[in-house]
Write a new protein. Sequence first.
Length: 442
Amino acid sequence: MNTLIEVPFDEAFDVVVVGGGPSGCAAAAAAAREGASTLLIEAGGCLGGSGTSALVPAWCPFSDKEKIIYRGLAETVLERTKEGMAHVAPDALDWVPIDPERLKRVYDDLVGGFGVKVLFHTMLSAVRTDGNGRVEHLITTNKAGLRAWKAKVFIDCSGDADLVAWAGGRFHKGDAEGKGLMPATHCFVLSNVDEEAYLASPPLHLPVPENPIFKILESGKFPLLVDAHCCQNLIGPGTVGFNAGHIFDVDNTDPESTSKALVHGRRIAAQFCDALREFHPAFRNAFLVATAPQVGIRETRRIVGDYTLTLDDYLQRRSFPDEICRNSYYIDIHWAREEAAKNLAQWEKWEKGSMRYGPGESHGLPYRCLIPADLSNVLVAGRSVSCEKTVQGSIRVMPVCLAMGEAAGVAGAMAAASGAEPRGIASDALRMRLRSHGAYLP
């Protein structure tokens, strides 16, 4: 027998943000800072996403090799995180290690300081629209059951564009056939590392013959280690965080796929620990202390927005009248299984495809990329904004997501206060507000 479930409405807000990763935290904090009543919905038990729940051990560069360009709330988060890490230089900007426990508290304080209401362990479960592109309310699920939430503006920072997709907005996923997603990585932490030996050895992420990762692969003793991807950082005393290894054919919009990836990722982490104990003197007595609660996902859906950022925009270092931040990160595409770097020659081929900028170079990211073409009261921030697949490899990382999130939050608050749609907000006024909070918009 079918039973009709009545879903009670909870509070109504000016702005509701879905997803508490870097973009979601920045969006919620920025909206509340502007005076908007703001709710932040997070599926996990902490804020921070990739830097906390996924245990990514370092920030991608905050500079264009001359100056910091991800400023405003992004710079605030970076500086507050560094304050508690004695082994990190105060002026460090690029590839700064992350202490995930400290970063959790930094995000808690950031959103809490502006009065954001946060709901943990709360899943977006359904989206209701008026049939004409306006989202009327969201339905969430948590220990209190089903609840409905109204807002004037909704900001999708889910990473997978869940809100947009469920509201009927168009999106792309992977290549033209809906395949070819970048591989995932299940990050992990090793402790009891000989710090002196670690710092004296060639870094495991560098393409040099002395790198032990190539000997590990050549040995054939660790079959789950399939390529040379082995980024790592000293995140605390005798403790190294790893963003290493690849898990192929993972689709984060498919729960069965992600569930299998978690199991496989834990096995990879154990093999990495065993391999490094055997082949690297710094890890002779290392201990696997943690695998991430969530898989590190690089790519799923990308919305169809009012503007699509292209590879040509990246190559031309293009500026836009409505740009809400600058970006200087390279085209960091992790290749499919058959192309993954297993030796120095393949690594050098990957490096040529990354199209790195020179010092001082960057491109703009237009506000229009944050606006779903089919929806009227929704904004998007994070790795699922409107862009071509190739350039998504550049704009998907945490510093850029923080900057996009702040812009979305300010715009959402402006729209909620004025009664306008987000696409009706004057970009000059938005840019002025962002500049007043320290954004780098030359």
